[in-house]
Design a protein around this ligand. Structure first.
Ligand code: MF3
Ligand code: CO
Ligand code: CO
Length: 325
């Protein structure tokens, strides 16, 4: 039996799955949670596509990249950012009940290559797929597999393209069919959190103002902010040393300077939980209490008087941030 029955056994009774083990040592607590599916073999990228240094080995080399970028790097990041934005938008339109997350991976993989880029996640520290697909209580880095998306699921798609020698990183959470009002609120507020963080970005300001702005908004809704995963510097390398916490930390005092490029990518939980657990695959992070979670991400550059969001796409701004309604 693969589906749990309506009435669950007592802790010390045999598990409903037929394993013969006690329920408490077997499926207890897994009902209603996402289960890992089958991961298909790694997909191929043609030799005509310029690849990042880890593509063939899975080993990410030590980098030496300045936090403030040249005009040339920023221009290339603008192009990569626009491409990432388009891929995310089209992948989001592709989401519907009945498809597997592996089919989303094929879609993103092929579209990235069609646009002349390499899907940055593929073989990054050995990650086996071209996009991260994080369903319901999965916080981030969910691996596309044979699991079928069901009506009422929410799924985060995290797209990164390596194009012209630089990375563009963006993600968003999408509804699968009809979702609950609670899930709609969670998704809306999470995107608002991202944009409150973005609004805090200006040269001369401490980087912890980003986390402060996000925390104020999440707390207003009694939501939790996942602590273990943070925004990051980005450029010729996927992840560089700038650390963008999504909550306020007085020790996080780096001053933002014109030309710095990084992501903001808050992961917000419905229950207020801020801790995570890892699946045995060592990639998939889930909320410790099984609560649903949403995430949105943009890549940006600090300008002379504010911020330029490189992955915002045409029309530029969040459809749901309060100042755009
Ligand atoms: N795109 C993710 C981020 O926002 C990183 C994914 S790493 C991978 O930082 F290996 F899981 F792809
Ligand atoms: Co990122
Ligand atoms: Co990302």
């Amino acid at each position: 039996m693969t589906q749990a029955p309506e009435t669950l056994p007592a802790s010390n009774d045999p598990c409903w799955c037929g394993s013969g083990r006690k329920y408490k040592r077997c499926h207890k607590g897994t009902e209603g949670r996402i289960q890992p599916g089958v991961i298909s073999p790694m997909r191929y990228v043609p030799d005509t596509i310029a690849k990042p240094p880890y593509a063939d080995t899975g080993v990410v080399p030590r980098y030496d990249e300045s936090r403030v970028k040249s005009a040339d790097v920023i221009e290339r990041m603008r192009v990569a950012g626009a491409a990432a934005s388009e891929i995310l938008r089209r992948a989001g339109e592709f989401v519907r009940p009945g498809i597997t997350t592996d089919e989303i991976d094929i879609f993103v993989h092929d579209l990235t290559i069609e646009m002349g880029g390499y899907p940055s996640p593929l073989n990054y520290h050995g990650y086996p797929k071209s996009v991260c697909t994080s369903v319901n209580e999965v916080i981030c880095h969910g691996i596309p597999d044979s699991r079928v998306l069901e009506d009422g699921d929410i799924v985060n798609l995290d797209v990164t393209i390596y194009l012209n020698g630089v990375h563009g990183d963006t993600n968003g959470t999408f509804a699968v069919g009809n979702i609950s009002q609670e899930d709609r609120n969670l998704i809306r507020v999470t995107e608002e959190c991202l944009w409150y963080g973005i609004e805090a970005v200006k040269p001369g300001v401490s980087i912890n103002e980003i986390g402060r702005a996000i925390e104020v908004h999440a707390k207003k809704h009694k939501y939790g902010i996942v602590r273990a995963f943070i925004g990051h510097g980005i450029g010729e390398n996927f992840h560089t040393d700038i650390q963008v916490l999504h909550y306020y930390d007085p020790r996080n005092t780096m001053i933002l300077r014109e030309g710095m490029t990084f992501t903001i990518e808050p992961m917000i939980t419905a229950s207020g939980e801020f801790r995570h657990k890892m699946w045995d695959d060592d990639w998939t992070a889930v909320t410790a209490d099984g609560s649903r979670t949403a995430q949105f991400e943009h890549t940006m550059v600090v300008t002379s008087d504010g911020v330029d969001v490189l992955t915002a796409g045409p029309g530029a701004v969040s459809p749901c941030a309060p100042w755009n309604r």
